[in-house]
Design a protein around this ligand. Structure first.
Ligand code: ADP
Ligand code: MG
Length: 607
């Protein structure tokens, strides 16, 4: 085989690598761990700390810790006035108007610091793959000029990489979707990351992309959303702790962390709880935040991104109707309202089937593969890799769409309540191949409210899962008697590598038998509970229609069933339930229409 060429997305906030494996293109990562390497490095007495481990140093050693170094690449000191004010580390002028970063008594060029990030990407990849990596395709923003591209190339060289090619990030994203396979057309790439927003319009002709317009804002992104959310959270805490000073670095960091986590949760849930703990100040605060509140916080920023989109179109004299494909890039495009804004503006559904976090690296990996002489014979994500479904009573996973279903697809199932007068049902979405949700991945949740009070078992809740051609999953719940509806949109498969999917499959085979028993136990126990309630409710009927000895036999068998339901053997429990079923049959017949008692004769329903 020829030597592998990996693709590297060297981002302002995060970096990651990808390549084409036998199964197809995928990011390089360890199963169960995030493949993302934060673009942060800190200089310590023991040398460089790079990536995730360097994150805490941003607060504990801010003057020794460098982030956003991409902003400095290939730039003159004069161009950087604004940046220099904002970055906490020391930036100094070097010869030929270039800049250096002073850490302790040493000065470093941005290239050298970027090289440390690339070295980390290289060594991590090598340790995961088990063989050396010498060649890479590295991506840069479409607006990077020659000096900035050269600086990136040099960073690669310092890191010991042969930079086979520098390609544009939007081009890489388009390649990841195989859009280069089409003959011609216009592609808009909307990239909203941590600290920057870029819109690029590409023209494809003869399988080659040309950037025809770029626009954006180098200071707009997820960090701004975190900041806006922090401010709101701080105000809330202030209402309870009026005299607390919340502006010290530790509190700031806690607020930022809570805000980012909350923001990420709100991408897959209509509301989310948060908790702010600052033990040093005896502050403990809990609250709930809704996507509605969050959307109004980011609305202005999103409007700005659309103005840039408009500008870009004007610059290349195109009308939105002439755009053939829209591609989303960057972690912040996981926010549902961002997707909605983009869809409304471009009047078409954006491509999101590939995780917007990974899509640039994957495109670069494909480009590397092609440059190494590889063929483009893989298909991308046109099936559901792992089953999708919801949580039902007792933590069981009820699959609604099965693994390997081709998209687009839709499936529905009916559920009901288990408690009398239940007016709300929480729908928790999961993806996986195991029988219990605790072994699956949670994708999101929402609540169906306003169900009129009814007896348990009467509401008919239809849950529908729809996955469109772009891989967007819409889940809706409809209570058929009252017409109450609720829904949520999420993108599944995010963050899973091919390895992880394989791992999950292996686990599911390995645990198939014990999972099945555990699931049955939960279902049988639920049935027992319902049946016992049914028996108690109808005991007065029993006194009329059953003999003393029949009633005693039922009581005795109920005790036996109770004992077995505390055990762990689903099959034996079922046998004892069947005996109880035989004993209570005359009672079930007498209490006509009593659904609960007749349940003993069939398999259990879910909530
Ligand atoms: P960059 O290209 O600047 O390196 P990324 O594409 O890695 O940036 O995006 C990082 C940003 O994405 C961060 O602000 C992070 O909080 C945000 N982000 C990641 N996941 C989500 C999510 N599920 N919902 C909302 N924002 C997210
Ligand atoms: Mg990026």
């Amino acid at each position: 085989m020829t030597e592998a060429i990996i693709g590297i997305d060297l981002g302002t906030t995060n970096s990651l690598a990808a390549m084409v494996f036998e199964e197809g293109p995928e990011v390089i990562g360890r199963a169960g761990e995030s493949p993302i390497i934060p673009s942060v490095l800190s200089k310590t007495s023991n040398g460089w700390i790079v990536g995730r481990e360097a994150l805490p140093y941003r607060t504990s050693a801010p003057s020794q810790t460098v982030y956003s170094v991409k902003r400095l690449m290939g730039r003159d000191i004069e161009e950087l006035e604004e940046e220099i004010q904002e970055l906490p580390y020391q930036i100094v002028a070097a010869q030929r108007k270039l800049v250096k970063i002073r850490l302790g008594d040493h000065e470093y060029t941005p290239q050298e610091l970027s090289a440390e990030i690339l070295k980390k990407v290289k060594t991590e990849s090598e340790s995961i793959l088990g063989y050396p990596i010498n060649k890479a395709v590295i991506t840069v923003p479409a607006y990077f000029d020659d000096a900035q591209r050269q600086a990136t190339r040099d960073a690669g060289k310092i890191a010991g990489l042969d930079v086979v090619r520098i390609i544009n990030e939007p081009t890489a994203a388009a390649i990841a979707y195989g859009l280069d396979e089409k003959k011609e057309g216009y592609v808009a790439v909307y990239d909203l990351g941590g600290g920057t927003f870029d819109i690029s319009i590409l023209r494809l002709s003869g399988k080659v992309f040309k950037v025809v317009a770029t626009c954006g804002n180098t200071h707009l992104g997820g960090d701004d959303f975190d900041r806006a959310l922090s401010i709101v959270l701080k105000e809330k805490v202030k209402q309870k702790y009026a005299r607390a000073d919340l502006n010290d670095p530790i509190s700031q960091q806690i607020f930022k962390q809570v805000a980012e986590n909350l923001k990420i949760q709100l991408s897959s849930s209509l509301e989310a709880d948060y908790q702010i703990e600052i033990p040093e100040k005896s502050i403990s605060y809990q609250g709930t935040f809704s996507t509605g509140e969050f959307d109004s916080l980011i609305k202005e920023s999103l409007d700005q991104t659309l103005s840039s989109c408009q500008q870009a179109l004007e610059d290349c004299h195109l009308d939105v109707s002439e755009i053939d494909e829209v591609v989303l890039v960057g972690g912040s495009t996981r926010i549902p309202s961002v997707r909605q804004y983009v869809e409304r503006f471009f009047q078409r559904k954006p491509n999101v089937a590939i995780d917007p976090y990974k899509v640039v690296a994957i495109g670069a990996g494909i480009q590397g593969h092609l440059l190494a002489g590889g063929r483009r014979d893989f298909v991308l994500l046109d099936v559901i890799p792992l089953a999708l479904g919801i949580e039902t009573l007792g933590g069981t996973f009820s699959k609604i769409i099965t693994q390997n279903t081709t998209i687009p697809t839709e499936a529905s199932e009916l559920f009901t309540t288990h408690v009398d007068n239940q007016t709300g049902i929480e729908i928790n979405l999961f993806q996986g191949e195991r029988e219990l949700v605790k072994d699956c991945r949670k994708l999101g949740q929402f609540k169906l409210r306003g169900i009129p009070p009814m007896q348990a078992g009467l509401p008919l809740v239809e849950v529908t899962l729809h996955v469109d051609a772009n891989g967007i999953l819409t889940v809706s719940a409809l209570e058929k008697r009252s017409g109450q509806k609720a829904s949520i949109e999420v993108v599944p498969f995010h963050g899973l590598t091919q390895y992880e999917i394989e791992q999950i499959m292996d686990d599911s085979y390995e645990h198939a038998l014990e999972d099945f028993n555990e699931r049955q136990l939960i279902e049988f126990r639920n049935t027992v509970e319902g049946v016992f309630q049914g028996i108690e409710k109808n005991w007065s009927t029993a006194e009329n229609v059953l003999s003393d000895s029949q009633r005693e036999a039922i009581r005795r068998q109920m005790k036996v069933v109770e004992e077995y339901s505390k055990g762990t053997d689903a099959q034996s429990l079922k046998e004892q339930m069947d005996i109880l079923g035989d004993l209570t049959r005359p009672l079930a017949d007498a209490a006509i229409g009593n659904a609960v008692l007749s349940e003993l004769q069939k398999s259990p329903a879910s909530s």
